[in-house]
Ligand binder design. Sequence first.
Ligand SMILES: *C/C=C(C)/C=C/C=C(C)/C=C/C1=C(C)CCCC1(C)C
Length: 251
Amino acid sequence: MFDQFSTILLETLQSGDVVGFTFFTGYMAMFAASVFFFFERSQVDGKWKTSLLVSGLITMIAAVHYYYMRDIWLTTKTSPTQFRYIDWTLTVPLMCVEFYLLIKPYGGKTSTLWKLIGYSVLMLLAGYIGEAIDPARTIIWGAVSTLGYLGIIYEATLGDVKKTADASSNPEVAKAVRLLRNFVLIGWGIYPIGYMAMPGGLLGGMGINLDIVYNIGDAINKIGFGLVVYGAAMASTKNESATSRLAPVNA
Ligand SMILES: *C/C=C(C)/C=C/C=C(C)/C=C/C1=C(C)CCCC1(C)C
């Protein structure tokens, strides 16, 4: 009777399973962050509510995938590559939407959003092929993927995203775009390290575990992105309500 039960129970986390530990912690952190972003929506001005909703959706989508990835890891001790890429296919474009929502009130265009999404599709598609379909040519696919990654960095550093943010009358938006760009430049830069650690990759054989690197990257980037947007929305809500209180005095 107990035997039957034990086969349907979750595999236990063994002490020393660092990868498994990061899957559990990642799951819980994403879950908690979602609750935080959803509840804090009520604190910000109307035009920022969608941004906070999207922050919560990003971490919630990740939490659900971590729930499954954790089980796959514990039962098979292999990388849950498919679930990883399904998660990224949903969450990375949503992170592009975060850029767009910040600049939208100041004339941000949907064509800018589509450009960012196009770059992320290129980045993820090539990455997936290099990891799951054609691992013999992992370096070539990694290079193709990097082109998409550089496209996103360009848009946020010199392209439309940056220009619209700078032209906005809102210093909080310009600052948030700068911070998010730093996440893309530094935080997202963590992922290629995991990718290169694959057998046959540029850092292969160095004993780096790809899942640990990806799990750390996800926690930093998904929660960090949301917190930057949250900070900007809160600061900008406070500034605007202060200005509207002053207006009658100045009039
Ligand atoms: C929440 C998930 C995020 C922010 C995932 C980001 C993923 C990347 C920036 C992946 C980039 C890659 C390269 C630039 C080259 C090698 C292949 C990838 C897909 C790991």
